[in-house]
Design a protein around this ligand. Structure first.
Ligand code: FES
Ligand code: FES
Length: 159
């Protein structure tokens, strides 16, 4: 039997009637058309589906849409449109930290989560925080470089 869910996604309130088994990743992509959230492994390993729910990063492939009842969900579209991660996106582009781009939305959201909580992360911390996000293209070094550079730029802006 379908369930009603009311959820705020990227600042917009949605009311929908969904199957209880519907994954948040499928709800975002197929119901709301927010295809920036990618789906890779679909069992919690690759991190491509990472989104924020009430400020915490979660795997949307391991979350049911009905579990977000009353919550605020933020996807890569929301973080991009608000300008919250513009500097991080620029650093990824300048450092060649993306190639095919499949991992990039999840990688950016995970990196932003680290930068929100840790102003001066070292490379080991960055690597550890992003260890749940797989990238098949870059070899990770350029991604670590981009996150490290962004942390430095933010410290300069806000001493
Ligand atoms: S698609 Fe969710 S972790 Fe891989
Ligand atoms: S850029 Fe291709 S998987 Fe990371």
């Amino acid at each position: 039997m379908k369930k009603d869910v009311t959820v705020t996604v990227n600042g917009h309130k949605y009311e929908a009637r969904v199957e209880p088994r519907l994954l948040l990743s499928d709800f975002l992509r197929d119901t709301l058309g927010l295809t920036g959230t990618h789906v890779g492994c679909e069992h919690g390993v690759c991190g491509a589906c990472t989104v924020r729910v009430d400020g915490e990063i979660v795997r949307s492939c391991l979350t049911l849409a009905v579990q977000t009842q009353g919550s605020c969900v933020e996807t890569i579209e929301g973080l991009s449109d608000s300008g919250e991660i513009t500097d991080l996106q620029n650093a990824f582009r300048e450092r060649n930290a993306l190639q095919c781009g499949f991992c990039t939305p999840g990688m950016l959201i995970a990196a932003q989560d680290l930068l929100k909580h840790e102003k001066e992360p070292d490379r080991a911390q960055i690597r550890e925080h992003l260890s749940g996000n797989y990238c098949r293209c870059t070899g990770y070094q350029a991604i670590i470089d981009a996150v490290e550079e962004t942390a430095g730029m933010r410290r300069e802006r806000k001493p």
